[in-house]
Write a protein of this length. Structure first.
Length: 332
């Protein structure tokens, strides 16, 4: 069997904070050097570590702790646990988007990551059990699972589409609750007040929703084209369109979506044009602005010492310049 460490640890220079997280992951999770499961897990982390910058969503607890005036070193184990959860969520989301096939190894990897994350938290932060911080994670994972299922249920529909309100509810459950927990945990480790921790948690929730808004916008208007029909039906632009067009227009749009799903490039151009004419990009911009502003307001409420550090995360997800520059002609 091949060893777990498949490349030198120095081959990708990292910020000291991320390097400390990686060392903990290796020491805590990958101690059996000839274990093929552990080896596979290490390979799963490599792309995350290679692409990591400071600040980043993958380091959310540490970023929040530092922004709140805490000691980033205290939150190393929490960031390691968060990276487990972050990768697990990505695995399960990819499985849903790509469709199920028998015996997908990603299922085992995802479950392993979830349980290891919980083990890290209870091992390294036993004093926080009384505050229900670590014990809150199972409920958060339950909510995220409900959101993931709601997303699948919406995308599986071929003749109907959810309302924008339902889309926002599933985005909050699927992504908002998880990032909210992560941000809140990081702030608790900075010894903030309960009221401030709640504000940081709210910031994380808005951050998570903004990720989903940005993803749906980019999926529909990116150079790579829209996603297949079964995913596009659950996108925020289409949820909005369904509320403003007539039944006749909706029937025509469904025909266009079917052509898009079959790889028809002309249909994709027509889809984008129709959504633009109905004001979908502008609507997405409004939703993005609302959640971005709510995130910034939460930082002010928390009296965050370094708010710009966390606002940089908002810019990484959906830059304000892009939001304000949304216009029909720019995305055709």
């Amino acid at each position: 069997m091949r060893p777990i460490v498949t490349e030198p640890l120095t081959s990708h220079p990292l910020d000291d904070r991320l390097a400390a997280v990686r060392e903990l992951v290796i020491a805590d999770s990958l101690t059996v050097m000839d274990d093929p499961f552990a080896s596979t897990l290490f390979d799963a982390w490599l792309p995350l570590w290679r692409a990591a910058t400071w600040p980043s969503i993958a380091m959310l607890p540490q970023v929040v702790c530092e922004a709140a005036g805490g000691d980033p070193q205290r939150v190393t184990a929490a960031s390691a646990a968060w990276q487990h959860l972050y990768l697990a969520a990505k695995y399960f989301d990819d499985i849903q988007d790509e469709g199920c096939r028998p015996c997908r190894p990603e299922v085992s990897i995802g479950l392993g990551l979830l349980f290891k994350a919980q083990n890290l938290l209870t091992t390294y932060y036993p004093e926080l059990r009384a505050a229900d911080v670590t014990l809150e994670l199972p409920r958060i994972l339950w909510e995220a699972s409900r959101g993931q299922y709601a997303d699948w249920e919406m995308s599986a529909a071929t003749t109907s589409v959810a309302t924008a309100e339902r889309w926002l509810a599933q985005a909050h459950a699927k992504s908002g609750t998880l990032l909210g927990w992560s941000a809140g945990f990081g702030s608790v480790l900075a010894n903030v007040s309960p009221e401030q921790a709640a504000a940081y948690q709210y910031f994380g929730e808005r951050l998570g929703i903004l990720i989903q808004v940005a993803d749906d916008f980019k999926d529909m208007w990116s150079v790579n084209g829209a996603k297949p029909l079964n995913v596009a039906m659950s996108s925020l632009p289409l949820c909005f369109a369904r509320t403003v067009i007539s039944e006749r227009e909706w029937a025509q749009l469904q025909l266009i979506l079917e052509s898009v799903a079959q790889g028809n490039e002309e249909a994709l151009v027509e889809l984008r044009q129709q959504l633009t004419d109905w004001g979908a990009p502008a609507y997405v911009a409004v939703i993005a602005k609302i959640h971005r502003q709510q995130a910034c307001d939460a930082l002010a409420e928390a009296d965050c010492p370094q708010p710009d550090l966390l606002k940089r995360l908002l810019d990484q997800i959906f830059p304000l310049s892009e939001i304000e520059g949304l216009s029909g002609e720019a995305f055709l």
